[in-house]
Design a protein around this ligand. Structure first.
Ligand SMILES: Cc1ncc(C[n+]2csc(CCOP(=O)(O)OP(=O)(O)O)c2C)c(N)n1
Length: 485
């Protein structure tokens, strides 16, 4: 406007207009006197000052600040309750150049998300956590938080928090300061201008640390919540400055770069580097594809101890070597041996959406229980490899080819029942032609150090292949689509 000079304006890290509500595009949803608005402002200003808005990503939580993505003009991800540090970890590792912020309340961070914050801090993730401690669950109407003061009333501690019943308030900064890896931990308060200016410095410093690759930092803001505490905004601010700080002393709890042994520190670039490798691999001349379908899904099931998980791992490893996309998803009962176990393996020429398979193309049933349990789920036109000479009486899987391979017997004849899974792998490779058997041999040569065992494994692969090749199809059943095994 002519004649006016703008000396203070909304940070450009905020959207010009907030789209959350058509009639309220100029203001946030926060109550008057709420600390969240102040923290938002401090973050936005720091992002602008540091020139990192364009590469900033805010992970907003569940809680009163759940709508932060309506306000910050940065990359936004809104995650499930308490999971922000885990999501922030993934975002940062996948894109190390981004500036990733986890924004969380005390219910979110110190109750449901206790595990996530401790482990992210302990891993020394290069992320910045903004932790708003208002001593209560705000959004849901005032339940007790882990940070609620002793004697403080809440809807779930109507007589006041009692230490003998609900424990003492959790001190997050002090707790994390017990770990070696965090770089910077500070508790600030939003009760008066002096402290807000200190908070402003802390926010900028934390983001600067991340910008310089310095590691994990967390700023805890003691914050007023007038609505839930049923105080007017000024009284709520004073309560923070006079009461809350007594339980949660302000100050810096950590301000140093962790000294980690070189080999103990995994560089955050790992995933990005892996993606680079994958991209360059994609530009290499196409490798020989061994199976004709874009994707083969295999379920391998049996008892724990039969090596079903290992067989899946071998298959996945082979796929990797052939530069395919692979996944291996194990599932086993609590027992180490004799409980049921199975795994899902996907070999694909495209990216894999989910490692879970509901209708496998191939079922490897290492025992009768697995055959009965999973045969019906095999895709129409799929295949079942069954570890036996014959099928159980009355069994019929109309939609699939069934190949009986007495892998356990063959393994026994070779000298060790343990290699039944490898016999079955040989049979599977031969039947599906999904991957070259030489690839399996190569992996075994690298991993099996005992020459006798290696020899046995090689024989087992060959025996499995030979068995299905020579079509000794004992126990065959007539299939309606003309297959006969
Ligand atoms: C998995 C799950 N559990 C519980 C809830 C209910 N819930 C929503 S917000 C909230 C507490 C938020 O409190 P806090 O993190 O302190 O944030 P504030 O609202 O005070 O900013 C809870 C328990 C939920 N949304 N999801």
């Amino acid at each position: 406007m002519e004649g006016y000079q703008v000396i203070h304006e909304k940070s450009p890290a905020f959207y010009d207009k907030y789209e959350r509500k058509a009639e309220l595009q100029h203001q946030t949803h926060y109550c008057p006197g709420c600390g969240h608005g102040i923290v938002h402002k401090l973050i936005a200003e720091a992002l602008t000052d540091l020139g990192v808005t364009d590469r900033a990503v805010l992970v907003s939580p569940v809680g009163c600040s759940v709508f932060a993505y309506y306000y910050f003009d940065v990359g936004n991800v809104q995650v499930a309750h308490g999971r922000a540090p885990a999501a922030a970890t993934a975002l940062k590792r996948a894109n190390p150049q981004s500036i990733v912020m986890s924004y969380q309340g005390d219910g979110d961070l110190a109750a449901i998300g206790t595990a996530e914050i401790i482990h992210a801090a302990n891993r020394g993730e290069n992320i910045t956590v903004f932790f708003v401690n208002n001593a209560i669950y705000g959004m849901t109407g005032g339940q007790m938080a882990p940070t609620t003061l002793v004697g403080q009333k809440s809807t779930t501690s109507p007589w006041g928090r009692r230490s003998h019943n609900e424990g003492l308030p959790i001190h997050v900064c002090e707790l994390l300061a017990g770990l070696e890896t965090p770089t910077y931990l500070e508790r600030v308060a939003l009760n008066d201008m002096k402290n807000i200016m200190k908070a402003k410095k802390a926010v900028k410093k934390a983001l600067e640390i991340q910008k310089n690759g310095g590691g994990f930092s967390l700023i805890e803001f003691l914050s007023p919540c007038p609505t839930i505490l049923k105080m007017d905004p000024v009284v709520a601010r004073n309560w923070v400055g006079e009461t809350l700080v007594k339980t949660f002393p302000l100050g810096v709890f950590r301000d140093r770069k962790p000294e980690l042994p070189v080999d103990a520190k995994v560089p955050a670039k790992t995933i990005a580097e892996a993606l680079e490798v994958a991209e360059s691999a994609a530009t290499q001349p196409a490798v020989k594809r061994h199976h004709h379908t874009r994707e083969l899904t295999v379920k391998i099931a049996g008892f724990g101890g039969q090596g079903v998980l290992l067989m899946g791992q071998l298959l996945a490893e082979m796929g990797l070597r052939e530069q395919m996309e692979v996944s291996w998803l194990p599932s086993y009962g609590p027992e180490m041996r004799s409980g049921s176990a199975h795994c899902h393996v996907i070999l694909s020429h495209d990216r894999i959406g989910s490692p879970l398979i509901s209708q496998p193309d191939v079922l490897v049933a290492m025992n009768e229980l697995s055959l009965h349990k999973f045969a019906h789920s095999v895709a129409s036109g799929g295949m079942i490899l069954y570890n036996n000479t014959t099928l159980p009486e009355g069994f019929n899987a109309l939609q699939a080819r069934v190949v009986c391979v007495p892998a356990a017997e063959i393994a026994d004849a070779l000298g060790s029942a343990k290699v039944a899974n490898v016999v079955m792998l040989g049979a599977l490779l031969e039947e599906t032609e999904c991957l070259p058997a030489e690839s399996a041999i190569g992996i075994l040569e690298e991993t099996v150090k005992n020459p006798k065992l290696l020899d046995l494994d090689k024989q087992a692969i060959a025996a499995g292949r030979d068995y299905v090749d020579s079509k000794i199809e004992v126990g065959a059943v007539a299939q309606p689509d003309g297959y006969s095994y």
